[in-house]
Design a binder for this molecule. Structure first.
Ligand SMILES: [Zn+2]
Length: 358
């Protein structure tokens, strides 16, 4: 294991806290009678036309701002075609080559180091329904489908492959959750399925430039499962590589009972989905005025408020006496001097290792 390095990217799905669905006015309330919050649009009946919810775009854009992303002036919805029993339309309405927002980041603090994890993109999409595999008398023979969730607004947050350990992945997932909760974009209640993530995990020899072949572990809905799934994948892939085999690109599922990931299907490529622009929706345009309003409505976010835990408080007397130079190397802003700070922009990050060597 010591010869290898893990490369991880996360795709986080968060349910936006709108009262209604993204393309129709059905409620998103949790725990309703199965198949009661549905209409021709979210049932995917022929001829039904989607109408984009302004509230969903507002929350999606706020979420992107909370993740330090640049909201794009124009984004385009696209059809992602695949068959699944709980996807009555036969396609998901998502965004492909023109997503809502690009190029964000979040900082994570792990083992005495602060690290910036890049965020490639944030895009909007509708959720599928739910297949219910157990809980019924005849569950051994049948799967039930509940379409209440069909059409619930989601944002998908795709990270850069910057994550290098299970702990970093957990910290990053937690930071995403906090940013979205503080910005009131999503309740992020994992028990209710508001937040889940897919982990792309691959191994490479330390020092190698090229990424190894990755496996994608789908639908992780707790921090613990994320950590367990990554750790299992690391061991599984190293075992394959060490025995001279090749890791195959595939989608896997994590079984909490076994503590293992299980192969689900070989990984499809983007072209298998035959993405094309959604003909029933016009492009989403975010005007500079609208964006400025959203920016002004943003609360102070945890990353901006929280002092870097690896920087030294200015009022530490012992340090002031022993290492005055160390304290001078940190600016007042970085010391968490109690004054509220503005989110993200122009914030300088101190080097946490300086604080530690003191
Ligand atoms: Zn509906």
């Amino acid at each position: 294991m010591a010869k290898y390095e893990v490369v991880i990217g996360l795709e986080v799905h968060a349910q936006l806290s709108t009262r209604t669905k993204i393309f129709c006015s059905c409620p998103t309330s949790f725990g309703a009678q199965p198949n009661s919050n549905v209409c021709p649009v979210c049932l995917g009946l022929p001829g039904a036309l989607p109408v984009l919810s302004r509230g969903a775009v507002e929350l999606g854009a706020k979420g992107a701002l909370a993740l330090n992303c640049a909201v794009q002036p124009e984004s385009v919805f696209a059809r992602k075609n695949y068959f699944y029993p709980d996807l009555p339309k036969g396609y998901q309405i998502s965004q492909f080559d023109k997503p809502l927002a690009l190029a964000g980041h979040l900082d994570v603090h792990v083992n005495g180091e602060t690290k910036r994890i890049g965020i490639t993109r944030v895009h909007m999409e509708d959720d599928a329904g739910k297949s219910v595999h157990d809980g019924f008398k005849d569950s051994d023979r049948f799967t039930y489908v509940d379409l209440n969730r069909s059409g619930t607004p989601l944002i998908e947050i795709v990270s850069e492959p910057d994550i290098r350990s299970a702990d970093e992945a957990v910290e990053y997932f937690n930071e995403v959750r906090q940013a979205l909760v503080f910005a009131e974009v999503s309740a992020c209640d994992m028990e209710k399925g508001h937040l889940r993530c897919d982990a792309n995990v691959s191994m490479r020899l330390k020092g190698a430039e090229k990424f190894g072949t990755r496996a994608e572990v789908k639908n992780l809905n707790s921090f613990r499962f994320l950590k367990q799934a990554i750790e299992f994948e690391m061991e599984r892939q190293v075992e394959i590589l060490e025995s001279g085999g090749r890791v195959i690109q595939e989608t896997r599922l994590f079984s909490p009972d076994l503590g293992e990931t299980i192969s689900m299907r070989s990984k499809e490529e983007a072209h298998d989905y035959r993405y094309f622009p959604e003909p029933d929706l016009i492009p989403v345009r975010v005007s500079p005025e609208f964006l400025a309003q959203l920016q002004a409505s943003m609360p102070e976010l945890p990353q901006a408020r929280r002092p870097n835990p690896y920087l030294v408080p200015r009022n530490c007397r012992l340090l002031r006496a022993r290492c005055p130079r160390l304290l001078r190397s940190q600016t007042g802003r970085e010391l968490g001097n109690g004054r509220p700070r503005r989110p993200a922009q122009g914030r300088r990050q101190g080097d946490p290792r300086i604080a530690h060597s003191g």
